[in-house]
Design a protein around this ligand. Structure first.
Ligand code: IMP
Length: 180
């Protein structure tokens, strides 16, 4: 049913799994001897974080933060709202933020600054997708799954108006879905 709204598949289920495996190996190597705190940004991070974690062979903790930036449309409002804050202090921790996509980078740069301000020892970002053509704020995530063109995508956690998060792949939404 959802598939009829998708123009094309951009990242298949198989490719997502391969990306997570590759990122997981890289992160496992980089964080040897550390106990990172992996913070997922809700709600989009959920499937990606769950898949990525399988390949992180580390003593790590997981936390979630609720962040909103689109409020229903297909363009970032730039007004980043924290809808759910962390339950634990981050002072001295090595933090890895798990994000579904970095577009303007406003969300990730604000959250990174906030965590450093709260005393984190280090803050790095792992994102499934990167849309560098959408940048408004200069920011390069340390770990990038796949770089994509400036198109509005849904699936594997990414939504349009809260829908399509449950698609098992990432696809480009037909324009008629959001212009009608
Ligand atoms: P940024 O602050 O513009 O980098 O936006 C990051 C957030 O915007 C992501 O976590 C997503 O929730 C949302 N976002 C950015 N691009 C897309 C997209 O193509 N589809 C769905 N959500 C997106």
């Amino acid at each position: 049913m959802l598939e009829k709204d998708i123009k094309k598949v951009l990242v298949s289920q198989k490719e997502i799994q391969e990306i997570c495996q590759k990122l997981g190996t890289q992160i496992t190597n980089d964080y040897q001897g550390k106990k990172p705190l992996v913070i997922g940004l809700l709600k989009g991070c959920m499937p990606f974080m769950a898949e990525l974690m399988k390949y992180l062979d580390l003593y790590l903790e997981v936390e979630l933060m609720g962040v909103q930036s689109y409020h229903g449309g297909t363009a970032s409002t730039g007004d980043v709202k924290i809808t759910r804050d962390l339950d634990i202090p981050v002072k001295g921790r090595d933090i890895l933020i798990a994000e579904d996509i970095v577009d303007t980078a406003k969300t990730i740069s604000i959250i990174t600054k906030l965590l450093l301000y709260r005393g984190a020892n280090s803050v790095e970002v792992v994102t499934l997708l990167d849309k560098p053509a959408g940048r408004v704020v200069e920011f390069t995530p340390k770990y990038i799954g796949k770089t994509i063109p400036k198109e509005f995508v849904v699936g594997f956690g990414l939504d349009y108006d809260e829908m399509y998060r449950n698609l098992p792949y990432v696809g480009v939404l037909k324009e008629e879905v959001y212009t009608k």
